[in-house]
Design a protein around this ligand. Structure first.
Ligand SMILES: *Cc1c(COP(=O)(O)O)cnc(C)c1O
Length: 478
């Protein structure tokens, strides 16, 4: 497709700006005057057609199935968008007097309370901007906690299935990262954990269900082992969609959690827009939370800066307010029963796909999964020379977004599938059909899969060239 610059025709115009009345040469300092500025010259029709055509090249949750594992690409109800755009919220200023924005403070306070109830924690901050930012906030709290107690702990433990942001956060905060192996069933190996656990360990970072989509049934034993040596346990809540309304990290013994509002609580994500990663803690860590948090006295809401050991603010103002509003509306709309239905349906959908697909692809951990599961393309790689990357690209030809691939790293040729609760059986069956066709193609016409995609606006890319020599600027010679 041509760019606007390429479509430009000298003299063509879509708007008629008013006659210039200011002498730019005289009134604007020379250094601010632009030279050689090229603006495309187009009619309104040209522009409308250009952007409409571009929008049709897009793929998103609103156009089709998006089984991207670990990302919870569920459908986001449009009513949440209306609520996030209500004028009373959009026109309120973060620095306006607290008496003038009681409604906004109430929304934040209520969301803190609802998240505490859902996770079994005692207090929440809504400040962090995403999951990774929540992890940073959580580990800064861990650090401040031990500093106060005069303990110098140097290590953080993560399992080998952990999301990259876990070890990255620990390392960024100055901790030494100790990686422990998973056992044969994909759970934390208790022997490994006991051996790694000492009074030098500040924290274990663990998501449950883990990135294999498996619920670690030893979780209470695990948190006990860490607490036994005075350590803290951090819950990476990115997989909350599997257990929301059903089980609570607080009850499993976790001390700190983050939740990805943009995953579990329905905010469009993946396009670079704002996210939100609220952090919850048990009582003994409340005073370390970033300040302010929102509190309530009688009928009045206020920003509470009185957190004696606070790690300070972790971003401007109070959090991604638009995302907070969407999550609030979503939770209220579903209610307690609705949230339970979310996790039940998400788990049912994932198990349905897993059972249907394990005939065509290897399933390294063959047990009941939670909201997602991990297949392996190793059979196709060894027998047909077709790799997981090729299979993912071929799916695009069948009109499906590719699943997550090559993660978690402990599964060879990993294909990680998360259908979410918002997909119908019809859609799941269409996906199964596509995967089945691709498995057959791997055997019969492997070259078609290896050279995919064929039906997309952009065909197979040279990944290596793109990584080594990225073209990041406008190239006039194109
Ligand atoms: C998505 C995810 C994260 C990071 O969350 P962001 O909101 O993308 O920063 C961390 N851990 C797991 C398991 C995830 O799936």
């Amino acid at each position: 497709m041509k760019t606007l610059k390429e479509k430009s025709t000298p003299g063509r115009t879509g708007v008629m700006p008013p006659q210039q009345t200011v002498d730019t040469q005289e009134n604007i300092p020379q250094r601010f005057l632009r030279k050689n500025m090229f603006l495309p010259e187009l009619s309104e029709t040209d522009v409308v057609r250009h952007y409409t055509a571009l929008s049709r090249l897009n793929y998103g949750v609103d156009t089709g199935f998006y089984p991207l594992g670990s990302c919870t690409m569920k459908y986001n109800p449009k009513i949440n968008e209306d609520i996030a755009r209500m004028e009373g919220f959009t026109s309120s200023h973060p620095l306006s007097p607290q008496d003038n924005c009681q409604g906004s403070l109430e929304v934040m306070y209520e969301l803190q309370e609802m998240l505490a109830e859902i996770t079994g924690m005692d207090a929440f901050t809504l400040q962090p901007s995403a999951g990774a930012h929540g992890e940073l906030t959580g580990i800064m709290i861990v650090k401040a906690y031990y500093k106060d107690r005069g303990e110098e702990r140097k290590k953080i433990i993560v399992p080998d299935s952990s999301h990259g942001t876990n070890p990255a956060t620990a390392g960024y905060c100055g901790y030494e990262v100790a990686v422990i192996k998973s056992d044969e069933e994909g759970d934390v190996d208790l022997g490994e954990l006991k051996a790694a656990m000492s009074e030098d360990v500040a924290c274990l970072m663990l998501t449950n269900p883990n990135t294999l989509g498996l619920f670690d049934k030893n979780i209470c034993e695990i948190t006990k082992i860490v607490h036994g040596k005075g350590g803290l346990v951090y819950y990476d809540g990115a997989n909350m969609n599997a257990i929301v309304g059903k089980a609570r990290p607080g009850d499993m013994g976790y001390d700190i959690v983050h939740i990805n509002l943009h995953k579990t609580f329905s905010t469009p994500h993946g396009g670079g827009g704002p996210g939100s990663g609220p952090v919850g803690v048990k009582k003994h860590l409340r005073d370390y939370l970033p300040s302010p948090i929102v509190s309530k006295n009688g009928e009045k809401y206020s920003l509470d800066y009185n957190l004696p050991h606070s790690i300070g603010q972790v971003r401007a103002f109070y959090g991604s307010f638009g995302v907070i509003l969407r999550a609030y509306a979503y939770i209220l709309a579903l209610g307690a029963q609705g949230l339970e239905d979310v996790s039940e349906q998400a788990v049912l959908n994932a198990n349905y796909l897993k059972e249907k697909l394990k005939e065509f692809f290897d399933l390294p951990f063959d047990r009941v999964c939670m909201h997602e599961f991990v297949l392996s393309g190793r059979r196709q790689a060894h027998m047909n020379g077709v790799h997981t990357l090729n299979i993912a690209k071929r799916l695009l030809d069948y009109g499906v977004h590719a699943p997550t691939i090559y993660f978690p790293m402990i599964v060879e040729e990993a294909i990680m599938i998360e259908p979410t609760e918002t997909e119908s059986k019809t859609t799941l069956d269409e996906f199964i059909e596509a995967m089945k066709k691709i498995a057959t193609e791997c055997n019969e016409t492997p070259d078609i899969v290896k050279s995919a995609p064929h039906n997309t606006p952009v065909k197979k890319l040279d990944d290596t060239l793109a990584a080594r020599k990225p073209s990041l600027t406008w190239n006039m010679t194109r």
